[in-house]
Design a protein around this ligand. Structure first.
Ligand SMILES: [Ca+2]
Ligand SMILES: [Ca+2]
Ligand SMILES: [Ca+2]
Ligand SMILES: [Ca+2]
Length: 268
């Protein structure tokens, strides 16, 4: 799980620009090593964005939790770098599919075609919960008995985090996210609880291209040892429905939009 792996891309890094409506994400042409160390040049050249909007609970004190993130892309992956300060790391549920939202976890929301709309029990969009043990879980379709199936989708989000030993003990979490569209199929429903990284996917990820627009949001569930998560903090403000802002795992309309830009045509 913690083995290093390398992702190689092709030519030069381009600049970043963004707007409030559609955030532009820079293409990366050099190698990104998913090792929890943000020493790649692309990570040094593009700006941070905040993870500072309360979804559940109040905004935590800075010493309890704070976070920010960066994005980049190549044809194969959307790369996410999250920098997190969390005073206590907590993983009270060893089974990845049980109450995973009540453990510390990074949550990445992605809607491949920026369609918006409901995705709670379908693959119109994904809400990947990435746990401290690096396991990746989302809710799939309901089974024949009408019960939700919790899918381990480790191959969708290669990831590793590492915590600094010096104050404020920042965690660097790097993710290489494969992007699946709404035609995603689970290979065999008997495999949905498997810990295998490969059994669950009967579909191939899409190849990313210049000017592709996708829905995106990122958040962190912070629990420091309570029965339930103490706070849930995201990158975007969410309009509450009946007082509830925890809409991301249900409704892709609350995601923001990103556009992939800057791919060098000579890279082919
Ligand atoms: Ca790295
Ligand atoms: Ca905390
Ligand atoms: Ca969609
Ligand atoms: Ca925590």
């Amino acid at each position: 799980m913690h083995s290093l792996f390398f992702i190689t891309c092709f030519s030069a890094i381009v600049g970043f620009s963004g707007s409030q409506d559609v955030r532009e994400v820079s293409w990366v042409n050099n190698e990104i090593q998913i090792d929890g160390i943000a020493n790649e040049s692309v990570w040094k050249e593009i700006p941070w964005f905040a993870i500072d909007q309360a979804i559940i609970g109040a905004i935590p004190e800075k010493s309890d939790f704070s976070a920010r993130y960066k994005l980049a892309w190549n044809q194969q992956y959307l790369f996410i770098l999250a920098e997190i300060i969390d005073d206590k790391l907590y993983d009270g549920h060893p089974v990845p599919t049980e109450n995973y939202w009540d453990d510390d976890c990074l949550e990445i929301f992605i809607d491949e075609d920026a369609s918006g709309g409901n995705h709670q029990f379908n693959f119109n969009a994904f809400a990947y919960h990435i746990a401290l043990d690096n396991q990746v879980v989302d809710i799939g379709e309901k089974d024949a008995g009408g019960q939700p199936q919790f899918l381990i989708l480790n191959s969708h989000a290669l990831n590793r985090w590492r915590r600094s030993t010096s104050e404020p003990k920042k965690i660097i979490w790097e993710v290489a996210l494969s992007i699946y569209d709404d035609r995603y199929k689970v290979k065999d429903s008997s495999d949905v609880e498997s810990t295998s990284t490969s059994k669950n996917s009967a579909s191939q990820p899409v190849t990313l291209t210049n000017n592709k627009t996708m829905g995106f949001m990122i958040a962190y569930c912070d629990n420091d040892g309570s029965k339930h998560r103490e706070s849930f903090v995201g990158s975007l403000p969410i309009e509450p429905v009946n007082g509830d802002k925890n809409r991301g795992y249900i409704d892709a309309n609350v995601f923001g939009k990103i556009r992939l830009v800057g791919r060098n045509k000579t890279a082919d």
